[in-house]
Design a protein. Structure first.
Length: 166
């Protein structure tokens, strides 16, 4: 399985959301976040043009990012899963992907610290964050079969600024 891991774009700050009586799960992408994510998604689609499956966290900022990514990949629809929530266990995402991701490559859109822990778990078998995945950044993990602890290989990592330049 090839897995493209994408962190959501720039979202409304926590304090501004609180001023609007908005709960965390409803924080949207900002105009800047949306614009940057559109350019990053186009760059990602040029670099890795074959994503067949798209999975996202159920939080609004991730869904909006997935919608942008889906358009860049020619209209791919997304599936939501709580296995991509910020506090999810990396094994939950691996199990979800093993059970439901029928077509590889798969793109997932989520949050930190979960994505960093998932990448660490996939590469070294421990949920340690050692990859700096900034907002709008992406990386490609390769697994011989289904994702699992220590079974992945990091193929590439690209921050959002690089993706926007592609």
């Amino acid at each position: 399985m090839q897995l493209i891991v994408v962190r959501h774009g720039i979202a409304l700050e926590h304090d501004k959301a609180a001023e609007r009586n908005m709960i965390d799960r409803d924080r949207p992408l900002t105009a800047k976040g949306r614009s940057r994510m559109k350019r990053a998604a186009r760059g990602l689609a040029k670099r890795f043009p074959r994503a067949l499956t798209l999975v996202t966290s159920p939080l609004r900022r991730a869904i909006e990012t997935a919608e942008i990514l889906g358009k860049a990949y020619g209209g791919i629809e997304h599936t939501e899963t709580p296995a991509l929530l910020p506090d999810a266990d990396p094994a939950e995402l691996a199990a979800f992907l093993a059970e439901s991701a029928s077509e590889s490559p798969v793109a997932v859109v989520g949050h930190e610290p979960h994505l960093g822990r998932f990448i660490g778990w996939s590469l070294i078998g421990e949920p340690h964050t050692f990859v700096d995945l900034r907002k709008g950044a992406a990386c490609l993990l390769h697994f011989e079969d289904a994702p699992g602890p220590g079974k992945g290989k990091l193929v590439w990592l690209a921050q959002s600024a690089l993706l926007r330049r592609l």
